[in-house]
Design a protein around this ligand. Structure first.
Ligand SMILES: NC(=O)c1ccc[n+]([C@@H]2O[C@H](COP(=O)([O-])OP(=O)(O)OC[C@H]3O[C@@H](n4cnc5c(N)ncnc54)[C@H](OP(=O)(O)O)[C@@H]3O)[C@@H](O)[C@H]2O)c1
Length: 296
C-alpha cells in the first residue's frame, strides 16, 4: 500500500496557493501549510491542511515546516527579498530531504527581462534548476484575478483605470494555474522534472475587450479608461501601496504595452486535457464581486 505524500504549501494565505489547496481537495496527498502568523491558519485549515508557522525571511523558523515533506509548492512574495526567500526555502528543503520542488515563477523571467520582478524570478529559477531535487517551474502570464483589484471602481462607477494602453495579453485564470500545479504535484516526480511551463489563457485580449466581457456578465456597460503611468502611480501610492510594488506594476505594464504578453501557449491544455478558462468564464464566475460595493 502506498503512503500519501506530504506537500508543503507556501504562500498559503495568498491567491494562487489558496486556489491550489482547492484544486488538491480530495486528492491522495497530505497538505501542510506554511503561514507567517497563526491568524492566517483558518483558510488552509478549512482546506484540510495542517498549519505550521514559519517565515521565509527567517531560516531558523523553517525546519519544522519542512520535516517529513516530499513535495514543496514554492511561492515567493512580490518583494525584492524574493530570491532570499527562495534560497531559504530551497535550503530548508535540502536539509529535510525533500524530493521535489514545484516553483511559481512569472512569465518571461530572465536575466534580461525588462522588469525587476522578472529578473528576480530568474535568480530563483536558476537556483531551483540546480537544487539537486526534482523540480518543475511554472511561469504564468498576468492573472485574471488581478481584475478583482478594480472591482470596487467597477461596482461604483462602471469603469476601471489601468496604464495598459491598448496592450494585448493572454491573461490566465488563477484556477488554471492551480490546476496545472496540482497536476504536476499529483503526477510521478519524474514526469515533469526539469520542465519549465509557460502558462497562458486561451487568447490575447485588450482591456477594452475585457471590459466588454465584464459588461456582458454584469448586464451593464463597463468601460476601460487607459491612464498614464504617472496617474496610475499616484493612485496606487495614494492607496498606500508600497513603492516597490508600484514600480513593479509599472514595469510590467510597460512590458505588456510593448507586446510582451501577446502570445499563447498550449501548455495548460496539454497538462489538463481541456482548454484554459476564458475571460468570459472568469467574468461570469466573479460577477458578484464586481457588483457589490465592497468589491472583493
Ligand atoms: N499577479 C500576477 O499577474 C502574477 C503573474 C505571474 C506571476 N506572479 C507571481 O505570483 C506570486 C504571488 O502570488 P499570489 O498572488 O498568490 O500572492 P499573494 O496573494 O500576494 O500572497 C503572498 C503570500 O506569500 C506569503 N508571504 C509573504 N511574505 C512571506 C514570508 N516572508 N514568509 C512566508 N510567507 C510569506 C503571504 O503570507 P501573509 O498572509 O503572511 O502575508 C501570502 O500567503 C509572485 O511571485 C508573483 O511574481 C504574479
Amino acid at each position: 500500500m502506498s503512503v500519501s505524500r506530504t506537500v508543503l504549501i507556501t504562500g498559503a494565505t495568498g491567491t494562487v496557493s489558496t486556489a491550489l489547496m482547492n484544486a488538491l481537495e480530495g486528492a491522495d496527498v497530505r497538505l501542510r501549510a506554511l503561514v507567517r502568523d497563526k491568524s492566517g491558519a483558518d483558510g488552509p485549515r478549512e482546506r484540510g491542511a495542517e498549519v505550521v508557522v514559519g517565515d521565509l525571511d527567517e531560516p531558523r523558523s523553517l525546519p519544522p515546516a519542512f520535516e517529513g515533506v516530499q513535495d514543496v509548492w514554492l511561492l515567493t512574495p512580490n518583494s525584492p527579498r524574493a530570491p532570499e526567500n527562495n534560497m531559504n526555502a530551497v535550503w530548508a528543503a535540502r536539509q529535510a530531504g525533500v524530493e521535489r520542488i514545484v516553483r511559481l515563477s512569472a512569465v518571461g523571467a530572465a536575466h534580461d527581462a525588462p522588469n525587476r520582478s522578472g529578473r528576480l524570478h530568474a535568480l530563483s529559477d536558476r537556483e531551483t534548476e540546480r537544487c539537486g531535487m526534482r523540480w518543475t517551474i511554472l511561469r504564468p502570464l498576468w492573472f485574471m484575478q488581478n481584475l478583482l483589484n478594480e472591482a470596487g471602481d467597477i461596482a461604483a462607477t462602471g469603469s476601471f483605470s489601468l496604464n495598459m494602453a491598448s496592450a494585448r495579453l493572454s491573461m490566465i485564470d488563477v484556477r488554471d494555474i492551480a490546476a496545472c500545479a496540482a497536476r504536476v504535484l499529483l503526477d510521478d516526480p519524474d514526469r515533469h522534472h526539469g520542465r519549465t511551463y509557460t502558462l497562458t489563457g486561451p487568447r490575447s485580449l485588450t482591456f477594452d475587450e475585457v471590459a466588454g466581457q465584464l459588461g456582458l456578465a454584469l448586464g451593464r456597460p463597463v468601460t476601460y479608461l487607459p491612464v498614464s503611468d504617472d496617474a496610475k502611480r499616484r493612485t496606487l501610492l495614494g492607496y498606500g501601496v508600497p513603492r516597490w510594488i508600484v514600480d513593479m506594476v509599472e514595469e510590467y505594464a510597460q512590458a505588456y504595452v510593448s507586446g510582451w504578453g501577446d502570445f499563447t501557449t498550449d501548455t495548460v491544455a496539454d497538462l489538463l486535457g481541456r482548454p484554459p478558462r476564458d475571460i468570459a468564464d472568469f467574468a461570469r464566475d466573479h460577477a458578484a464581486a464586481f457588483t457589490s460595493a465592497a468589491g472583493r
